[in-house]
Design a protein around this ligand. Sequence first.
Ligand code: SF4
Ligand code: SF4
Length: 135
Amino acid sequence: MKGILKGMLQVIKHLFRKPVTVQYPEEPIPWHTKRFRGRVILNLDTCIGCTLCSQICPNHADHMVYYDYDNGKNKRKIYPAVNIGVCTYCGLCQEVCPTGSIRLSNEFELAYYNKDLDYLPDRLSRSEKELMRHD
Ligand code: SF4
Ligand code: SF4
């Protein structure tokens, strides 16, 4: 009897709680932790082309490519490109970057009809929202 009452008490307690279910994707998910690891994003204006991010990448998702963009600091004009299809979101590139140019954003909705998952520097430097406006 005591056990039944205990169980009923739990049910009653939950009856008056605010629901935690989110009607995604109609409703946006309201949470993002500080340490969330989403799609890699690049700041073209601060990248110095040191190649550290591509050297540390465990599965060669991050690779350096020539990109004709002059930010005054990247003399060889080589910037990272990331193949999102093989990126494991480990965050190592972010950790080694001396200028904080590459980081893991909080974007995770990466469904595309276009199967080209190699994000070249220009694409890598823009958020998914920006890319959607241009596509
Ligand atoms: S998050 Fe990890 S796997 Fe992805 S590009 Fe950076 S180092 Fe490579
Ligand atoms: S993103 Fe950072 S680590 Fe990668 S090449 Fe640019 S400055 Fe170096």
